[in-house]
Design a protein around this ligand. Structure first.
Ligand SMILES: [Zn+2]
Length: 333
């Protein structure tokens, strides 16, 4: 994909303007929800800087030597820094290699570019080592940090990067783009609402059966309330589905229960029976208790994906027991 995605256009223009005014920063921090395409944007920017024959709006040509090498993952002027295994940290040795790399001279008299993703997975010494380079970056270097969770990055790192935020997007252009990228007969509005305004996540929805997952989670919440299944069994099942997925969905569901309580429109789209279930669950608790559930979810989500390893199943159990307790005590009042 060499196009600038429609919901990236304003950020793209902002970067291009800074290059034109010769105020282009050596370090950029890209943040936004999962599925908004931060990595796509970073690659696009790198490609544009390395391309020998940019087309209109500074888009990479896709055909020159630099573009060709980039497309097969072989461009010597770009380096990707990622955890060696999913969920693991980025180690200090990786950052040291990256620093050596950006100090080398570019093969084609261009930028040396490093993309660190997800940046919040750097451990403390990796972040400290990076900090020194951010303070004195070499001439034609560019470091792009990508994270959905900028608050986990040390403030010293954040303050040395130019920040670009990407928001959920429901605009007409984005819907039109989505319509071209999903199977015929599927509603782009429906999918985009389900994906919380993250179009690349919306594309994944039909194959990943996320819609079934929503119903399944609502059903689990009902089972917990009715004490029909022990917490440990449900926690086990959620653990198998995956921490990121389940916590994200639970946060959306509880976020929408809170919105329902204050008469604000829901963030996700619900088929009518699912909406009735959600309202029923929300009605079991007052606003305070719902907030407590939401807080615990948010906290445990942070712990589950954070740098210290916790048992995810235990984090799910914490939440299940709280939800069960609170919905039970409300019944008794
Ligand atoms: Zn090119």
């Amino acid at each position: 994909m060499l196009e600038v995605l429609p919901w990236h256009q304003s950020q793209w223009d902002q970067i291009q303007a800074s290059i034109e005014k010769k105020r282009f920063a050596h370090a950029w921090l890209l943040t936004g929800p999962e599925g908004i395409g931060l990595e796509h944007f970073a690659r696009q920017l790198a490609a544009s800087l390395l391309c020998h024959a940019k087309t209109e709006n500074q888009r990479p040509c896709g055909q020159c030597r630099a573009c060709e090498l980039l497309s097969v993952g072989n461009n010597p002027d770009i380096m990707f820094v990622e955890p060696e295994d999913t969920g693991k940290q980025i180690r200090v040795e990786q950052i040291r290699d990256m620093i050596d790399f950006i100090h080398l001279k570019s093969q084609y008299e261009h930028y040396k570019i490093a993309i660190i993703s997800p940046a919040h997975s750097m451990n403390r010494s990796a972040a400290n080592t990076l900090l020194k380079t951010l303070e004195e970056p070499p001439g034609d270097s560019l470091i792009i940090l990508i994270t959905e969770r900028p608050s986990l990055l040390p403030v010293t790192i954040r303050s040395r990067c130019q920040r670009l935020d990407f928001q959920p997007d429901y605009s007409k252009n984005t819907l039109a783009w989505l319509a071209e990228n999903i199977p015929e007969g599927t509603s782009p509005e429906y999918l985009l609402r389900f994906a919380g305004g993250a179009p690349l996540a919306a594309i994944e929805l039909p194959e990943n059966h996320h819609i079934e997952q929503l119903n399944d989670l609502l059903n689990d919440l009902l089972l917990i309330t009715g004490q029909q299944r022990p917490p440990v069994e449900i926690a086990e099942k959620w653990n198998e589905t995956g921490a990121r997925n389940v916590f994200q969905w639970l946060l959306w569901l509880f976020g929408d229960m809170l919105r329902f309580k204050v008469n604000a429109p829901a963030r996700l789209f619900y088929p009518s029976d699912a909406w009735e279930t959600l309202k029923g669950l929300a009605n079991q608790l007052d606003l305070d208790r719902l907030m407590r559930c939401y807080d615990l979810l948010l906290n445990n989500y942070g712990l589950a994906l954070g740098q210290v390893s916790y048992t995810v199943q235990g984090l799910f159990e914490d939440f299940i027991i709280l939800w069960q307790e609170l919905s039970k005590s409300e019944d008794n009042t």
